[in-house]
Design a protein around this ligand. Sequence first.
Ligand SMILES: NC(=O)c1ccc[n+]([C@@H]2O[C@H](COP(=O)([O-])OP(=O)(O)OC[C@H]3O[C@@H](n4cnc5c(N)ncnc54)[C@H](OP(=O)(O)O)[C@@H]3O)[C@@H](O)[C@H]2O)c1
Length: 214
Amino acid sequence: MKVGVLGSGSVGQVLANGFIRHGHQVMIGTNTPSKRELLKEKTHGKALVGSFTEAAAFGDVLVLAAKGTAAEAAVKAAGIANFSGKTVIDTTNPIAELPPVNGVLRYFTTLEDSLMERLQRLAPNAHFVKAFCSAGNAFMVDPDFGGVQPTMFICGNDEGAKKTVAGILDQFGWETADMGKVEAARAIEPLAMLWCIPGFLANDWMHAFKMLKK
Ligand SMILES: NC(=O)c1ccc[n+]([C@@H]2O[C@H](COP(=O)([O-])OP(=O)(O)OC[C@H]3O[C@@H](n4cnc5c(N)ncnc54)[C@H](OP(=O)(O)O)[C@@H]3O)[C@@H](O)[C@H]2O)c1
């Protein structure tokens, strides 16, 4: 697949390298030209590097890995038309510019709304699929939990796009749990709050969620 990664932070870099390792073509986008050389280095010269717009135009599948407060601005900067009809893996979390309270992150959304719903309203023809938002970037690709596959909770309105993302997750070593339509992001995004608590309280970031079934 041709994958356009919009985001130059840890998540963008890890997922760009993961897609390359699993045989895909990648363009990683940044809106900060001075970061381009660093991104070439971080992707070992194997990814194309461009602007958000260029990466969004390049990919048949897109990954949105922008800061939560800037996610809507990033989609606008990339060009809403470039999202039309495409599967968009939304890794973002609506983390507010406020410090955590006793290790609990603060969000700028409520339980009646989610960041992915806002993004879906902004780009109605895009097929957003929430994924990777409640996983640490160290475990996003080929996670090793001693033979136990962790669970990635996903959601989105387009069944075909979710099938594409489930295929990617399978390739990356995750079990997929499909939680339904875009509104399920109201429940999935806060999993990142839960995931981060042991990190903030005890500097323990080495875990992932697993759904047990009978
Ligand atoms: N870090 C993790 O382990 C982790 C895990 C799960 C989910 N997430 C979520 O994944 C997303 C990316 O996280 P991250 O830690 O990789 O990096 P980040 O620092 O949250 O985001 C970096 C990206 O946001 C862009 N950005 C910042 N301000 C912007 C603005 N005003 N307009 C447009 N773009 C702007 C940057 O653009 P430039 O390239 O131009 O600098 C950069 O590409 C976040 O939403 C985060 O909550 C993170």
